[in-house]
Write a protein that binds this ligand. Sequence first.
Ligand SMILES: Nc1ncnc2c1ncn2[C@@H]1O[C@H](COP(=O)(O)OP(=O)(O)OP(=O)(O)O)[C@@H](O)[C@H]1O
Ligand SMILES: [Mg+2]
Length: 300
Amino acid sequence: MNAIEIRNLTKTFREKRAVDGLNMTVPQGAIYGFIGENGSGKSTTEKLICGLIQPSGGEIKLFGKDHRDQGVRSQIGVLIEAPGCFPNYTVWNNMKLQAANLGLKNEDEEIRRVLHLVRMDGAASNKFKNCSLGMKQRIGIAFALLGNPALLVLDEPINGLDADGMRIMREILLGLSRRGTTVLISSHILGELEKIATHYGIIRNGKMLREMTAAELNADCPTYVALKTDDMEKAQAILQRAFGRADMDKQTGEIRVYNVYAEDVAKYLFGNFGIAVSEIRTAKISLEEYYIDLMQEGRK
Ligand SMILES: Nc1ncnc2c1ncn2[C@@H]1O[C@H](COP(=O)(O)OP(=O)(O)OP(=O)(O)O)[C@@H](O)[C@H]1O
Ligand SMILES: [Mg+2]
């Protein structure tokens, strides 16, 4: 069963079509990376999924049921923008209020459970306003986790986190996923998303441009050899002829040759033309490069 199935979803704000005939499928158990430029409609879609705003048209199914179904609504945890916390209250008291709002049983036990999941066991007595950004983001996730939802919707939860904060968030999300929680996460930090996502959806102007699994992305992202020589222009021309394609990467000043072995390229250049390779490395097209290419294609 799919956790989320969206067909032909539309949301219009006055004249503006923020979401425009969007289709989206998030399989159960996925960590679904939701990507798109500023203003492409990610947050709006997430708000629609969570019932925070109403669609202008189309259909949203969650675990096979209409998203307005009360039973299914209680299965969704959401963090969009900042958690609604009282700054002068402690983390614990903020959690108590939220637990009461949700009408949870075993409040204290549940709060301890979710604080433990986000590694904030020791921070319950801190005032919310004194928490760091990384802690606040994790408290936001803890809020979303109250009641043990089957689906978590997180809007840019790793924005502004330092490397360690991102690592902790990554471990938390992977841990939740292992427990069977489906995670929908939007982010602009593609290098980080790439470390955890099992599925991707790329949105553009309110429409789904492409959906794919991590394996499909992987297959679409070739490996390449990047190298420098003492005669770059000549080397590029030779490699272009020999291997069909050799691009000059202006940013790194390297020549890129795709789907070849580094050793073969170096031997070929030196053996046949006496061109010595000064630097050589093998790499793979990243999600970020893939995404930038895709966006540029769309503009042509
Ligand atoms: N309440 C609203 N009233 C009017 N227009 C809105 C409203 N909410 C969103 N929009 C517009 O809808 C479009 C999509 O916005 P949305 O916030 O969903 O984009 P986003 O993909 O989340 O962008 P970002 O990456 O910047 O967070 C934008 O043009 C935005 O200005
Ligand atoms: Mg947004």
